[in-house]
Design a protein around this ligand. Structure first.
Ligand SMILES: [Fe+2]
Length: 415
């Protein structure tokens, strides 16, 4: 796995020549995709005009009772995003939030030196939301290993094709803990947001062999055959090493709200259409794009979505509907997202980043690299090695892991 980073512009030119030969109808194909994506964008705009949000919502009870209806599932798949409400009780989340604040304050988190932030997002217009680089507080551990999130993630993973052609791509009902950080964004913060982007690399989506397989139908006989939820080849896609690039396989990115937040509170924005990626992938093949340019893709950086190349998509950028403590937000790994540039609200906007990384070989390898950092209180392996929690006496230890938590962390076998 890997991409030769020595001659990327040359590789891009070669790829463009190859694809142009393979698909003489690229322009027409792009126009068809554009019109399909336009339908989604129009729908998103219609909701917005009515003061509503196109992102579908379900409740935790519906998942627990297995009563989410088919139409809702179709909507979730089309938008590649969903709010799952009331996963945790407000009391539980209040306790976690207070405990997390106490953990940060009493251990002097905010008094530490600026560690020199990673540069993964540095080409995006704004740099960095207020994210605290703690991975091992007890509230984070408890939320990650909760039975509630296990149920939600099993449901969401099952929307994917997780086995086909005699191969199990991942176990939808077995989670691997991908330890991530927390957001504690203070009211009045005007400097820290994230411009629209897609994670999971940028040039890799065109140049990586497994990524090419993932998107092969977009360049094959019928682009309509492309299924954003087909797990084949996804667990082994290529990545160019860079700080803050996720090396695990995630079916969904996501977070759990610790405080109320909605439009204006410095929170998440999405362009909720799973076909947006098809538009992004074909856009560089149009005549107005220089040969070595992949429209917002720079090696080692997130895929940027820009007015210059993706103005249609940007019309569909919406802030998530207001969420309350204990609600969770999920989006497909190819879905464009951003963080509002300003926090104009009155209260801290806080989340725990907990997505879904189901059990597969790739994620098992990641767990192997994550175990020792957990035991030592160091930063999780995908992130800058700030290691703030090494000397936090009250961080979680292996004794805080439940049976489920031990399996999710790779300390115990599932069977
Ligand atoms: Fe992101």
């Amino acid at each position: 796995m890997g991409i030769d980073t020595a001659n990327i512009p040359e590789q891009i030119c070669l790829l463009k020549h190859r694809i142009s030969r393979q698909c003489p109808d690229l322009e027409e194909r792009f126009r068809e995709i554009e019109s399909r994506v336009s339908e989604d964008i129009r729908k998103i705009e219609e909701f917005k005009e009515q003061g509503k949000c196109a992102i579908p919502e379900i409740t935790f009870t519906e998942i627990a009772e297995n009563s989410v209806n088919k139409k809702t599932i179709e909507t979730v798949k089309r938008h590649g995003a969903v709010i799952v409400r009331n996963v945790f009780s407000p009391e539980q989340v209040k306790d976690w939030f207070l405990e997390l604040n106490r953990y940060l304050d009493q251990n002097g988190y905010y008094e530490q030196d600026d560690p020199g932030l990673d540069n993964y997002f540095s080409d995006l217009k704004a740099d960095k939301p207020q994210i605290c680089a703690v991975y091992w507080s007890k509230p984070q551990i408890q939320a990650r290993q909760s039975s509630e999130l296990a149920q939600v993630r099993t449901f969401l993973n099952s929307l994917w094709i997780y086995q086909n052609n005699g191969r199990l791509h991942f176990h939808p009902d077995r989670e691997c803990t991908y330890a991530d950080r927390v957001r504690m964004r203070m009211p009045g913060d005007t400097s820290l947001g994230l411009s629209p982007h897609v994670d999971g690399g940028s040039v890799e989506r065109w140049l990586g062999g497994n990524y090419q397989q993932v998107y092969s139908s977009l360049f094959g006989s019928n682009w309509q055959d492309y299924d954003p939820f087909n797990g084949a080849f996804r667990t082994e896609v290529e990545g160019i090493d860079s700080p803050a690039v996720c090396r695990a396989f995630r079916t969904w990115q996501g977070w759990t709200a610790l405080t109320s937040q909605g439009a204006g509170d410095g929170t998440l924005q999405l362009i909720p259409t799973t076909m947006g990626i098809a538009y992004i992938l074909l856009r560089p093949f149009l005549q107005d794009v220089p040969e070595e340019v992949l429209c917002g893709a720079v090696e080692g950086r997130a895929q940027a979505i820009t007015e210059e190349w993706h103005s249609l998509l940007l019309r569909g950028l919406v802030t998530i509907p207001k969420v309350e403590p204990g609600d969770t937000v999920w989006w497909h790994p190819d879905v464009v997202h951003a963080v509002e540039h300003e926090h104009q609200g009155c209260d801290v906007s806080s989340v725990m980043y907990i997505g879904s990384a189901p059990l597969c070989e790739r994620n098992t390898r990641y767990l192997d690299r994550q175990k020792q950092p957990f035991l030592d209180g160091r930063s999780a392996p995908d992130f800058a090695p700030e290691d703030f929690e090494k000397n936090f006496p009250d961080r979680a230890t292996i004794d805080d892991l439940s049976q489920l938590g031990k399996m999710q962390m790779g300390f115990d076998q599932w069977d």
